[in-house]
Ligand binder design. Structure first.
Ligand code: FMN
Length: 692
């Protein structure tokens, strides 16, 4: 790591995508060897997926992903492009499809963790293969782009608090020949060794913090690079990049210098005046009258002790001048790391209108204190600097108008549910900036949600990749309860994505079919364990199956005829032969006859198009009675289902019949029951939150 001693200036990593490949390249080229550019490694998967959906302006993403495929003889880049690239870009009002969240599961593919009461152990968890490939490929692409056409040095920066994707993106960056890795926001002990192992494609493992674990129990995510793309990435040894740790005080600097595993190759000593995340103040948290954490002399690093720790170091936080560099050199540093000034450079990823607004404020003589505030917004719990710009989420009024949402999840924590009677627990992921009800349902405390704001969405907006909000007529699913799975046409629905016409949620014992339309949402709730079903024996019960949720057309009979049908209780009931429903299933063209109780203009569903576009196939043909479900409204639009002891008996219907509308109790909270199913109609679309 001899080259480190010549590095006078490191352009600091600034996530998400503020310090992108363009900025890093520009700095690295300035005085190769002396000035180093750093790309941010945080959220690259999210950024690249969005850029592909913008039509990949300039073609850089596809160029880099092609290079990845060519260099390693794989099809990963192509697969990513096929999944996300939109020629000419998505429609301006269309929402971005999100990249898959980083959700860990036990290795057996289920979601339950057995009790570790007998033998505490380290439980291996896995991350979906597509997520791993996306992280590796985008880590490669960003560094590859930054390194094109010059000999300067390129580093990549990570936040230890975003721990799960780190090793995969780092490996991807190493495949592109990254020269250095910088890790901040947390203690990176163990990561220099991981970096060394990955340079030889050896298996590594990252410890994962899982809350509410049993004593002695731990969790880790193993990663063997040779299992990716059948070992194609692991054919040539890699250059081991330099590893630099960001610390604020001498105690961590000394501990890392004497690491039990492998010490870092250098340290960035970051003062609390630096941009981005900062270490919290020493001692108990005190705030000033603007709510900013108050720092004291205890937070000033002892530079003599740091120098004595023996590792090369760079000073960061207010050193962006010639004077600053001279001070740093005099203190024994090799150089400085600078962030804020580079964030305002033309090459930075920051949205030009924000850059201009900040530069204008500066031209108008705004003071640092008025322009930038240290907040406690970050879900990491670390103080976080926010520029106070009019009309942005930094402002309380703008923020208050925003629905809390967690659809990216980079800063989610993992935890375990309370044990079930058999001792098993499920893993959940939660973020304190997410909707409060969901956070509380995952063993969270309301107190921890206070002040917290969604940095994932906030930072993506900062670089012009913000999600489109307020889509009239669209419904978005937000996963509040772990273990709820959404499927549409047998494909997984990712939390945060908008629902299409037929989505089946499964969680707990319930299956819930969701039929969104422009101005209302219809949910069908199936409870296969209700006592009436168990008692009822003369028809077979099929659990709902998303494969049977098919698009269909409804062809009304020109003449609607009345008919009498004998029910299984020998009751005669009157129905109207209403329409034929045509659909295709397993390549067979099929049709069903639809009946109605009444042909009435007051039918609630008359304003809903969903039944005209889909057919519900034999979802429930052994139902003797419906059980009443109560709707618990939580927060603004969240809801959950609980069953009440009240049972409303309905008669079973014959297999394969579809009943449209009319069986409805308009006065009973706009609820109606059919066939053991409750349909719930909401008057205004917003969020669907699963809490089944
Ligand atoms: C907008 C912005 C985002 C930042 N993001 C990160 C980050 O993701 N990771 C990190 O280690 N440091 C981050 N930083 C800190 C910089 O890398 C650098 O250490 C710091 O800005 C130096 O202090 P200065 O801003 O006074 O020059 C960020 C800084 C800014 C201004």
């Amino acid at each position: 790591m001899d080259f480190l001693k010549y590095v006078r200036l490191i352009q600091g990593g600034m996530g998400v995508y503020v310090s992108n490949w363009r900025l890093a390249k520009a700095v690295a080229k300035e005085q190769p060897g002396k000035t180093v550019g750093t790309v941010s490694g945080t959220g690259l998967d999210v950024v690249y997926v969005r850029m592909l959906q913008l039509g990949d302006p300039g073609g850089h993403v596809r160029r880099a992903l092609d290079a990845f495929d060519d260099q390693f003889g794989v099809m990963i880049g192509k697969k990513i492009c096929n999944r996300y690239f939109i020629e000419g870009g998505k429609k301006p009002a269309a929402r971005f499809k999100n990249s898959p969240q980083h959700i860990v599961r036990p290795q057996n593919g289920g979601n339950s963790i057995p009790s570790s009461a007998q033998e505490p152990q380290s439980v291996p968890l896995t991350l979906d293969e597509n997520v791993v490939e996306l992280l590796i490929a985008t880590g490669f692409a960003e560094v590859w782009l930054a390194k094109q056409g010059h000999d300067g040095k390129i580093f990549i920066n990570f936040l230890k608090k975003v721990e799960l994707p780190l090793i995969y993106t780092m490996y991807g960056a190493m495949l592109a020949g990254v020269d250095g890795v910088i890790v901040g926001a947390g203690n990176p002990e163990g990561l220099p060794e991981v970096c060394s192992k990955l340079s030889n494609h050896q298996p590594v493992s990252s410890d994962l913090l899982v809350l509410y674990r049993e004593s002695g129990e731990s969790f880790h995510v193993p990663f063997d690079p040779r299992t990716v793309a059948a070992g194609q990435l692991a054919r040539k040894p890699l250059q081991r990049p330099a590893f630099l740790a960001i610390v604020s005080l001498e105690n961590l600097a000394e501990a890392l210098a004497h690491s039990q595993t492998e010490p870092p190759d250098g340290l960035i000593i970051e003062h609390h005046t630096a941009g981005g995340h900062n270490a919290p103040p020493q001692g108990s948290l005190k705030k000033d009258n603007k709510g900013q954490p108050q720092y004291s002399d205890q937070d000033e690093p002892d530079l003599v002790a740091i120098r004595n720790a023996g590792l090369p170091f760079w000073l960061a936080g207010g050193y962006s001048s010639h004077e600053g560099l001279k001070l740093a050199l005099a203190a024994g540093a090799v150089g400085v790391q600078i962030g804020s000034n580079f964030a305002l450079a033309e090459e930075s990823g920051m949205k030009p209108s924000y850059r201009t607004a900040i530069l204008n404020e500066l031209k108008n003589g705004v003071s640092d204190e008025d322009l930038v505030q240290t907040t406690m917004f970050s879900p990491t719990g670390f103080p976080f600097k926010v520029a106070q710009l009019h009309g942005t989420l930094a402002q309380e009024s703008v923020y208050a108008d925003r629905l809390r949402v967690c659809d990216i999840g980079l800063l989610q924590h993992r935890g375990l549910t309370k044990p079930a009677p058999d001792g098993t627990r499920r893993i959940f992921q939660r973020c304190p900036a997410a909707p409060v009800a969901g956070y509380l349902s995952k063993r969270g405390l309301e107190f921890n949600t206070q002040d917290k704001r969604c940095l994932c969405n906030g930072l993506l907006s900062t670089v012009g990749l913000g999600q489109i909000v307020n889509q009239n007529g669209q419904w978005f699913w937000e996963q509040l309860t772990p273990g709820v799975i959404g499927k549409s046409a047998n494909k997984a629905v990712t939390p945060g994505s908008s629902l299409n016409q037929y989505t089946l949620f499964q969680g707990n014992k319930y299956a819930i079919a969701a039929y969104p339309s422009k101005d209302q949402m219809v949910l069908l709730v199936f409870d296969p364990q209700r006592p009436e079903i168990k008692r009822f024996s003369h028809l077979i019960y099929f659990p709902p199956d998303p494969a049977f949720a098919v698009p269909a057309t409804l062809e009304k009979f020109p003449k609607i005829t009345k008919m009498t049908m004998l029910t299984s209780r020998n009751l005669e009931k009157t129905f109207y032969r209403y329409a034929t429903i045509h659909f295709t299933l397993e390549n067979k063209e099929l049709q069903l006859t639809a009946f109605k109780y009444a042909i009435s203009p007051t039918i609630l569903l008359s304003s809903t198009s969903f039944l005209c576009q889909c057919a519900l196939l034999p979802f429930c043909n052994r139902c003797a009675a419906a059980r009443r479900f109560l709707l618990t409204v939580r927060g603004r639009f969240g809801f959950s289902f609980t069953t009440s002891p009240v049972t409303i008996c309905r008669r079973p219907f014959r297999k394969m019949l579809i009943f449209l509308g009319s069986n409805l109790y308009p006065l009973v909270r706009r609820t109606f029951f059919t066939n053991g199913i409750i349909l719930w109609v909401f008057p205004s679309p917003e969020k669907v939150r699963s809490s089944a």
